[in-house]
Design a protein. Structure first.
Length: 101
């Protein structure tokens, strides 16, 4: 493999690594918006619903129900509307991957 090819391949791999890192960080940013009520990384204070370690499919369904107005809420229906369905799935997956308190 010549030098130009190696450099091009290296640049592509570096760009892919930065892109993957940016995606992970973005999901953490989205999830951080939930911390006021559900605690850091989904570890809620007593009296609030903990999200850490919950089933991702169940959380996704709940979030999509909030977004569509099928599930009544005080604020979650408004918050959920600010995200795409895929973003809500990513947020649910993030919390599901956290260890239960």
């Amino acid at each position: 493999m010549n030098r130009t090819t190696r450099q091009a391949l290296g640049a592509v791999l570096l760009a892919a690594a930065f892109s993957a890192h940016a995606q992970v960080d973005q999901v953490k940013v989205w999830a951080a918006a939930c911390a006021n009520c559900h605690g850091t990384n989904g570890h809620a204070q007593p009296g609030m619903e903990a999200l850490a370690g919950k089933n991702a499919d169940d959380m996704t369904k709940t979030l999509l129900d909030f977004k569509a107005g099928r599930k009544p809420a005080t604020i979650m229906h408004q918050l959920a509307k600010g995200y795409t369905d895929d973003e809500l799935r990513a947020i649910a997956a993030y919390f599901a991957a956290q260890k239960k308190p």
